[in-house]
Design a protein around this ligand. Structure first.
Ligand code: SF4
Ligand code: SF4
Length: 401
């Protein structure tokens, strides 16, 4: 599609990038078939083709209500299923990023919404603060109304130990903003499994959030600032380690896309690129280590795996974890519509609770259809979103212990 840029976007970086990205879309609509919000809401403007068209109109300066555009862009999960489907290689998420940034410079959200978004981001981006809040949440949870009790995340105490063994092969993991408090055993389990292959996995205590939370709440400036801090903490370790290992696919996709995030930042681009190049999802490392090794005996357990969008669509790493689980002796059952988002989508479940809860229910129905013994996933957001009292969703690495 040709975009005739409005005067205000001509000869600007944003305008040039938007024109090039939108130009690849041929408006065929194949992507609508796999878009969760289009499937659920049935509105062309709640599908990728319609959203791209709305953003094109905005960059062309057409008289279109900005509130209407924002309404439909806010309902997008950024799941990137449309990118996987698109035969023309349209980078939808990059168009959306430009569209959202442009909109936020042109519109003002209501006071309550602005405050709510800022509070979510402020709480999540500080791992220590988040841990404190989620510990306190555990005290007040029994007093909360039943309807919201289930949704209050509570900090957990770790049950596993870090392995003692030190190895010349070292990898750095991110403790993450929410994962360190809500699922502290995930990185411990990863460290134990990696130690079997002679790899020491460590965390750098000063490393905080990757920036994803602010990027999710359309605060690009803050997201970049937070990402810079992580780059500053990790850069001195670059030469001494084999990889940065990601145990949450949401953080993984964000860090792998640092070169794009810092594309206009000459001071940080090189460091960001080096970090991104050394970043691997945990499944890529385990897959490499088990290659050629004999399969484990049958464990007699059925497992349903929920593939996070940030893993299968964002990082384009589908199918690996299912293979690792099968190699580890599990019977991995097929999950209907496994390409669809569960509705967690970063902060989406808090900002769009109605759509999110419908997607969650659909996902739970699909995951439990084959009566699995265990359900697991690869991202803390999905894990918490899909867990229910008495029906926990595990991180897949815990199943390899
Ligand atoms: S994004 Fe891709 S699949 Fe969707 S309308 Fe454009 S070209 Fe077609
Ligand atoms: S990112 Fe997901 S929700 Fe958004 S348009 Fe693409 S498929 Fe639909």
């Amino acid at each position: 599609m040709k975009t005739s840029l409005a005067v205000e976007f001509q000869d600007t970086r944003t305008g040039e990038e938007a024109e090039a990205l939108i130009g690849k879309c041929v408006h065929c609509g194949f992507c609508n078939a796999t878009c969760p919000t289009y499937q659920l809401l049935g509105d062309e403007m709640d599908g990728p083709r319609g959203r791209i068209y709305l953003m094109k109109q905005m960059f062309e300066g057409e008289r279109q209500s900005l509130d209407k555009i924002q309404f439909h862009l806010d309902r997008c999960l950024t799941c990137r299923n449309c990118e996987t489907t698109c035969p023309s290689g349209v980078q939808y998420a990059k168009i959306l990023e430009l569209g959202r940034a442009t909109l936020s410079s042109k519109t003002r959200r209501g006071g309550f919404e602005t405050l709510f978004r800022s509070m979510i981001a402020a709480m999540l981006r500080q791992p220590r603060f988040f841990k404190l809040m989620s510990t306190m949440a555990g005290w007040v949870k029994p007093l909360a109304p039943k309807i919201i009790r289930k949704k209050i995340p509570v900090a957990r105490k770790p049950a596993l130990d870090w392995p003692d063994q030190k190895s010349p092969r070292t990898m750095i993991a991110l403790s993450g903003c929410a994962q360190g408090a809500l699922a502290p055993d995930t990185n411990r389990a990863a460290a134990q499994v990696l130690s079997r292959y002679g790899i020491s996995m460590i965390e750098v205590p000063a490393a905080g959030c990757c920036g994803a939370v602010d990027l999710h709440t359309t605060n690009e400036h803050k997201g970049i600032e937070v990402a810079r801090k992580l780059i500053d903490v990790w850069t001195p370790h670059l030469d001494g380690i084999e990889a940065f290992v990601m145990t949450a696919s949401g953080c993984g996709v964000t860090i792998r896309e640092y070169p794009h995030l810092f594309r206009h930042d000459s001071e940080y681009l090189e460091k960001a690129t080096r970090i991104a190049e050394k970043t691997l999802d945990l499944s890529e490392i385990i897959e490499r280590e088990i290659d050629g090794k004999p399969k484990s005996p049958d464990r007699g357990k059925k497992v349903a795996f929920h593939a996070p969008c940030t893993l299968q669509h964002g990082q384009k790493l589908p199918g690996r974890i299912e293979k690792i689980l099968e190699w580890s002796g599990y019977d991995v059952v097929p999950v209907k519509d496994g390409n669809l988002c569960c509705g967690s989508a970063g902060t989406y479940s808090l900002l769009q609770p109605a759509i999110s809860s419908r997607l969650r229910q659909n996902k739970l129905n699909a995951l439990y259809e084959s009566a699995p013994d265990l359900v697991c996933t690869a991202n803390i957001g999905c894990q918490m979103h899909l867990s229910d009292p008495g029906k926990p969703v595990h991180h897949w690495i815990e199943l390899l212990l």
